[in-house]
Design a protein around this ligand. Sequence first.
Ligand code: ADP
Ligand code: UDP
Length: 239
Amino acid sequence: MEKINQITSGKAKSLYTTNEESFLVMEFRDDTSAFDGKKTAALENKGKVNNQFNAFIMEFLATQNIDTHFVKLLSNTESLVKNLEMFPIECVVRNRATGSLCKRLGIEDGLILETPLFEFFLKDDDLGDPLINDNHIISFGWANREDLSLMQSITLKVNELLIDFFAKANLLLIDFKLEFGKQDEKIVLGDEFTPDGCRLWDKDTLTKMDKDRFRQDLGNVIETYGEVADRLGMQIKLD
Ligand code: ADP
Ligand code: UDP
């Protein structure tokens, strides 16, 4: 499938139209950002690692009957995906408290939650991606009740699947963010699942193995993503 026009260039990925309207090319760039775009950098090999990492996770989720936008890898940094009409919403689920949850509620960092905590955020960097609830989504027409309840249940299902998946690599899945869209009236998992959008801690040492290495200047960001990939048995190509 041919890459035609660039339609968006976000903080980390670019999207291109193809000769078929229902498919897009998603290119993972080396650019990285945190704190709603206030801290940015280009990290060598990030595009390659995240593209192939995302493909591996999306392919696993597809085997577990999760509908995803991922179609196939096109190159080390590009994937073919279904063209979705995205909801302006981020679906976050947490197994332990850290990050914004601790700041917001004064919770101890690392607290194990009684049950996974699901939250919606509005995808709006200018507003700092504020926390929202079902009522905001319905009242502002960002999604209907059926769609939002599906997004929530799929996110919780993905959490169950990935807790076990990462546990086999001696990793704790602390939290993550998903984005969904619609194609032909169907809710489909879009965007990405990479260490950029989740938190993974080593089970024994609680070492951070995700984008907190960039946020908190811990160093070896992409080398650590690579270690996660190795532990999961991914064969990431960097040539
Ligand atoms: P951001 O928008 O946060 O800067 P990215 O650089 O990751 O993020 O940009 C990717 C953009 O592509 C996001 O706005 C995301 O919602 C959108 N997107 C992800 N998957 C799809 C898809 N399958 N179809 C259409 N848009 C998508
Ligand atoms: N997250 C993300 N994009 C965002 C906000 C959050 O991918 O715009 C992910 C983040 O990496 C973490 C989870 O969602 O895995 C919860 O993030 P949190 O609300 O704690 O926000 P943060 O501390 O990252 O600002």
